[in-house]
Design a protein around this ligand. Structure first.
Ligand code: CTP
Length: 406
């Protein structure tokens, strides 16, 4: 996720560097936008070095900024790109501009141009903070849906004591996490996810495979890692890049996937089989290329191991999630797979539906749980679907803990 951090000109501007570090722990990509005042307190170079992104300092009216179209419309591009705008520290001047829609620099223009949620963390002298003008601006912003992280009380840089000190980094970070829906509810758990297709050789040039892109499994791995889990991603061949901080184990055939899952499943608390695993493979792959003949040709196939069902037979306290890709009788087939494979949850989707299934960025699924619950989700991004699945996993884990399962 990308966020913009607006830094305005107060003594607390230096604390924004610490905030950047803290937000990066949440795997957020931070774009810093500095007002002219902020640059009197801390240099853009500090933020550029910390974030790896170019820091935006341009003011409208700057000759340089208006000289090319790209920078002249950059505020629109940034506004569309971000998932959140947080302004910390926000000075009395910036609050007044935001409350009144004054857009005379990049930060204040970005505020007007973005549809992303906005958080402000004010910092100023106690009298400025308590002034009715500032309080009215705060009320205006709150009424507009802006989240305000209240300043702390204490010794202020000006020597006075009272409210006005920038809120603690943790308080600001937790407001950001809450607003973005980032949780750490899977911390301490190892989550094994399988993804993508498997590939079975027919001969040295031909294979049997399926249309799985791996997107659902990779979204699950990404979401679980963001929620604090240690993630092992066992993936058939895909074009996707493994999410950061995930233990990525590429495999090709069902046999390889089976072996790798067996090796790693014993250390996992949760196993999510999102891979589209082949049910059959050529009984005897040819070592040499099969030559063209004149008549029909038969390919003999043998069944592969059902990895999920095997895990289901030796489940222990593991939470098992399977998928069911169906083209008909969705509920009936999913309920059958739930018991036949010993899973806790089956995520079923009708792959013939538009916006669901192979190689799409969205999915439309129904979650069938062992306790009889059926949750039909509307069409949503695979990342959001992943989080809804993980919500149920986290619930099951809490229930286990309640029963004293370690
Ligand atoms: N699965 C597995 N090993 C296999 C086949 C499937 O672990 N050899 C897992 C999949 O990863 C998925 C679940 O089982 O989580 C259901 O897969 P699916 O292909 O929908 O069901 P099948 O059992 O293969 O039944 P069918 O193809 O007849 O629908």
């Amino acid at each position: 996720m990308r966020i913009a951090l607006g830094v305005s000109g107060g003594v607390a501007a230096y604390k924004a560097a610490e905030l950047v570090r803290r937000l990066q722990q949440e795997k957020l990509d931070v774009q810093v936008v500095m007002t002219r005042g902020a640059q009197e307190f801390i240099t853009p170079l500090t933020f550029a070095a910390l974030t790896g992104n170019k820091v935006i300092t341009g003011l409208f009216g700057d000759k340089e900024a208006s000289a090319n179209v790209e920078s002249a419309i950059e505020h629109i591009a940034v506004a569309q790109r971000i998932d959140l705008l947080v302004v910390a520290p926000a000075t009395a001047d910036v609050l007044a501009k935001l409350a009144n829609g004054i857009a005379d620099d990049f930060l204040t223009t970005l505020y007007l141009a973005t549809k992303a949620p906005v958080i402000i963390a004010p910092a100023m002298n106690v009298n400025m903070w308590e002034h009715p003008a500032t309080q009215k601006n705060i009320e205006t912003l709150r009424a507009r849906g802006v989240r305000v992280v209240q300043p702390d009380e204490g010794y202020l840089a000006c020597g006075m004591v009272g409210p006005g000190r920038l809120a603690g980094i943790e308080a600001i970070a937790s407001a950001v996490c809450e607003t973005l829906g980032l949780r750490h509810d899977l911390e301490g758990l190892t989550v094994l996810v399988t993804a993508g297709p498997t590939v079975e050789d027919v001969d040295p040039v031909r294979v049997l495979t399926n249309r799985s892109s791996g997107k659902m499994g990779y979204a699950l791995a990404d979401a679980a890692a963001r929620r604090g889990a240690h993630v092992i991603l066992i993936s058939g061949p895909t074009e996707l890049r493994a999410p950061a901080e995930v233990d990525w184990l590429p495999v090709r055939s069902t046999e390889e996937m089976h072996r790798t899952v067996r090796e790693r499943a014993s250390g996992a608390d949760v196993v999510i089989m999102a891979a589209a695993v082949a049910d059959y493979r050529p009984a005897s792959p040819e070592p040499k290329k099969i030559k063209r003949g004149t008549g029909k040709m038969m390919l003999e196939l043998e069944p592969t191991a059902d990895i999920l069902a095997e895990l289901g037979r030796n489940k222990g306290s593991k939470i098992l999630v399977g998928f069911a890709a169906e083209t008909e009788h969705l509920a009936e087939n999913a309920r059958h797979k739930l018991t036949a494979k010993g899973a806790d949850i089956i995520v079923a989707n009708d792959v013939t539906q538009e916006g669901a299934g192979f190689d799409t960025d969205t999915n439309i699924v129904v979650l069938f749980s062992r306790d009889g619950r059926e949750t039909a989700l509307p069409r949503m991004s695979k990342f959001d679907v992943a989080n809804r699945i993980l919500d149920q996993v986290a619930e099951l884990r809490l229930a286990q803990l309640g029963k004293g399962v370690k």
